[in-house]
Design a protein around this ligand. Structure first.
Ligand SMILES: Nc1ncnc2c1ncn2[C@@H]1O[C@H](COP(=O)(O)OP(=O)(O)OP(=O)(O)O)[C@@H](O)[C@H]1O
Length: 813
């Protein structure tokens, strides 16, 4: 049985893809995304533990082992997952061995049944009976056969290891190559490697799998359907073009046969004029065709790209946590391919088919055997090209992988230039980049040599066909079956015949490219939105309610990760200021991110407390739908629209982003028309108005990546101004003032006092001056709340807060 190989869709996808292949091998289909989620993929990929956990949820029994090669060969049930080259996962699905004797197994049984015409052998074969010899037969140890039943490995060293590499395809390795890649540990002098052994349990077969997420051509046609009128016009143009092309050989023949034959120069003039008119008409039709195609393709490109971008924007933040920048950029490149397939290929292939039929018909009319030769040669030509498609697919996937890495690296090099210089790491970083370039070059060369080989073969086939047909035509002229003009027409038709075939073939290649691109895009389009359209969520609620966190536990995706927040129970009173303090890494930012609904806690609920505010009248009916009550319960966060919730939050995060735009646009990010009074007020509260006014272009000075540089403190003040401009009910500040001098901070805190009135404020800070006036201070330690109280209360308790304050928060101030 052939082992099904799946290509990994992203650079970090090898683990889930291995599992996908193994599940497929046992007859179940799962999408890459499902397995990624189950394996808790993070930006660094998955661990073996992650794959094991995902496998267990699918119904496999899994054991991770560190073992020697000998033990792997003797005892491992295949297929199994191997840790490869220290940074990759592959599937070992079979081990084959050069045999000196014939053994009865799946392969031999099929071999025998072929010999006996499918009849069952009447002789019983003993697996250990070596008498019936088929020398040098490669025995493939079927993965379904237990290694203990009849397969012997120990006698020779000529083993071949069959590996399904998610990034490269099905590959075979010799023992030496295999050992080099797999064995990575030393234990008591013997070398060991890591393997994950998997065996399906009955639960695996009981679980429902997912439908194959294959190529959906209809999905592509849906894009074209919007342009049906233009495509109709295009079709008419194509028909007209084919009709005109049909006239050309007839005219050519009449020049020779009638014009030259009867020595009638005026007739030749006439025909040449007709040919000129024909040429002009064909050029005009071609021009119109290209124009319509261009028109459709630009619009189509915009449609599919904007659909992708809006899908990206609907995805949860956690998606961007695990996706590499390069992978996303590459997917944008994928759209170009789909667009070029749809416009450049699908439509012109229609044209080619019409032309092929027309010219085929005319050729058959002129000379049947020439037509048959041309057809057979064309089929051979097409078969030759198709032969290379699989190899092309592999190369393409590899190139995607390397160019995604290249993209990420370039962005990192540019963004991290300062630190590269500070660390004096210019040379190693350049070498790293050059290695990727060399790799990219290697794959491009392989791709090029493959297409050169393919083209050379195609050219040979084509030219041989032309020579043979010239011979046939010449003979037909000599034998009087064809006129000289007829021969010239045949030559002309042959020239025209090739173009549609080439187009058909490039359609196949482009179909293949589009198929792969679509698979990668489908994957993004198939992900669940942060707010699925079918789920009714509240967009309005009473803004004056306490926020309650009960039993919140959160763990970042990634197998083996410990919870970052454990059993958090907390009430954040509305209209008051809550400060969160704690040592670095204690989970403060994560708590804010949960409140901002970037992630959903695995356990516990965050809700708005009922009774702490009035219910809006127009929301009552929706409450009844959602909560099945008169709205008298706490409002769980999961019933609130993510987007609407964030609209109510003013946030300054540690890694807040400054867009490459004017200062005004950076403060009023979401407003199309900026409210000047609010803008000035926000800048004044953030104590940055004077600085902005001192700039020659004031609020219209460009900052960010493509504009003026600003200091860290100025950046923080602009971010604060952004949240003040928004004027929300809930404010969340994560180390919002840590880059500011004490003077500036004091001014801002004073300005903020008035702004904070009646608003719920959550401040994460290390500085005492920022937190000491808070109504409630929460102390986090290793993801748990250890103390809650006011500054005075907590100092008196002399607990963790006191310790923090004495060590970090400048108690002396
Ligand atoms: N995206 C992520 N994926 C995995 N782990 C993460 C991620 N972000 C944070 N962590 C981990 O979660 C823990 C808590 O991080 P968090 O940023 O919440 O701490 P913090 O208290 O805000 O720290 P600091 O005061 O230094 O900002 C850390 O151990 C960190 O390594």
């Amino acid at each position: 049985m052939k082992f099904t190989h799946y290509q990994q869709l992203d650079r970090m996808d090898c683990g889930p893809t291995c599992l996908r292949m193994i599940a497929r091998h046992y007859g179940k289909h799962y999408t890459a995304q499902t397995l990624r989620e189950k394996a808790q993929i993070s930006r660094e990929g998955v661990s073996m533990l992650g794959i094991a956990e995902a496998a267990e949820t699918l119904g496999f029994k899994s054991v991770g082992v560190r073992t020697t090669l000998d033990k792997l060969i003797k005892e491992a049930p295949l297929p199994c997952v191997l840790h490869w080259g220290q940074n990759h996962f592959v599937v070992l699905y079979a081990i084959s061995q050069r045999q000196s004797a014939f053994r009865y197994n799946e392969v031999s049984r099929r071999f025998l049944s072929k010999i006996w015409g499918g009849r069952k052998p009447t002789v019983t074969f003993d697996p250990d009976d070596d008498r019936m010899g088929v020398p040098n037969e490669f025995e493939l140890l079927s993965p379904n056969l237990s290694p203990k039943t009849g397969n012997r490995y120990e006698d020779t060293g000529h083993r071949t290891f069959h590996i399904a590499d998610p990034s490269r395809g099905l590959i075979t390795y010799t023992s030496t190559e295999f050992e080099k890649r797999w064995l990575s540990f030393k234990n008591n002098g013997s070398k060991e490697g890591l393997a994950l052994l998997l065996e399906p349990t009955s639960r695996f077969y009981d679980e429902d799998d997912e439908k194959a997420n294959g190529f959906r051509f209809g999905q592509l046609l849906r894009y074209l359907w919007g342009y049906k009128k233009l495509i109709g016009q295009l079709g008419l143009g194509m028909l007209a073009g084919s009709g005109l092309a049909l006239l050309m050989p007839i005219l050519m023949q009449s020049v020779v046969d009638v014009g030259i034959g009867s020595q009638n120069l005026s007739f030749i003039y006439l025909v040449l004029i007709a040919q000129m008119i024909l040429l002009c008409s064909t050029a005009a039709v071609d021009f119109l065709r290209s124009w319509i195609l261009l028109h459709i393709s630009t619009r189509l490109n915009l449609t599919i790209l904007s659909e992708f971008l809006s899908k990206l924007m609907r995805l949860p933040v956690s998606f961007f946590d695990v996706k590499q920048f390069g992978d996303i950029m590459q997917r944008i490149g994928d759209h170009r391919r789909i667009e070029s397939f749809l416009t450049g290929q699908t439509l012109s292939v229609l044209f080619s088919l019409i032309n092929l039929a027309v010219f085929g018909f005319v050729l058959a009319y002129y000379h049947l055997s020439i037509f048959i030769v041309a057809t057979v040669a064309s089929i051979l030509y097409a078969a030759w090209v198709i032969l290379f498609l699989k190899q092309r697919r592999k190369l393409d996937a590899k190139r995607f992988d390397v160019s995604a890495r290249n993209q990420s690296q370039i962005v990192q090099l540019i963004q991290g230039m300062q630190d590269i210089k500070l660390c004096g790491a210019e040379t190693p970083k350049r070498w790293e980049w050059e290695r990727t370039q060399a790799n990219l070059f290697k794959w491009s060369v392989r791709n090029l040599s493959l297409s050169q080989f393919q083209q050379a073969g195609a050219l040979l086939l084509n030219q041989s066909k032309n020579i043979f047909i010239t011979f046939l035509a010449a003979r037909a002229v000599l034998e009087g079956q064809l006129t000289l003009g007829g021969m010239m027409s045949v030559q002309y038709i042959l020239g025209q015949f090739n173009a549609p075939i080439e187009q058909l073939i490039s359609f196949l290649q482009s179909w293949q490219d589009a198929q792969m691109s679509l698979e990668r895009l489908n994957e993004v389009h198939g992900m669940v939105d942060e707010e699925p359209a079918h789920q009714q969520k509240r967009t309005e609620w009473d803004k004056h309610q306490d926020i309650s966190l009960s039993n919140i536990t959160y763990t970042y995706p990634g197998a083996g990760n410990d919870p970052v927040l454990k059993n958090i129970n907390l009430t954040i009173p509305q209209g008051k200021t809550t400060a969160i303090v704690g040592t670095s890494g204690s989970g403060k930012t994560t708590l804010l991110k949960l409140l901002l609904r970037f992630y959903d806690p695995q356990m516990g609920t965050i809700s708005l407390k009922s009774g702490t505010g009035g219910m809006l009248f127009n929301q009552r009916s929706l409450d009844n739908i959602i909560m099945g009550s008169a709205g008298n319960k706490d409002l769980d966060f999961k019933y609130i629209s993510h987007r609407s919730w964030r609209q109510q939050c003013g946030v300054v995060m540690q890694e807040g982003f400054i867009f490459s735009d004017t200062i005004a646009r950076n403060i009023a990010v979401a407003d199309e028309v900026i409210d000047q009074a609010r803008l000035y007020h926000a800048a004044q509260v953030a104590n940055i108005h004077e600085f902005i006014e001192s700039l020659p272009l004031g609020y219209y000075t460009k900052i960010g990546a493509e504009g003026n540089g600003i200091s860290q403190g100025q950046k923080q003040r602009i971010l604060i101004a952004r949240s003040v401009y928004k004027n929300p009910q809930l404010l969340l500040f994560d180390e919002a003032t840590n880059a500011l001098d004490a003077n500036n901070e004091a001014v801002i805190m004073r300005n903020m006092e008035e702004f904070f009135l009646g608003k719920t404020v959550i401040i994460v800070a290390h500085r005492l001056s920022t937190v000491k006036h808070a109504d409630q201070i929460v102390v986090l330690e290793k993801g748990e709340i250890v103390e809650v109280g006011t500054h005075g209360e907590l100092v008196l308790t002399k607990g963790k807060y006191f310790e923090l304050v004495s060590n970090q928060l400048e108690l002396a101030v």
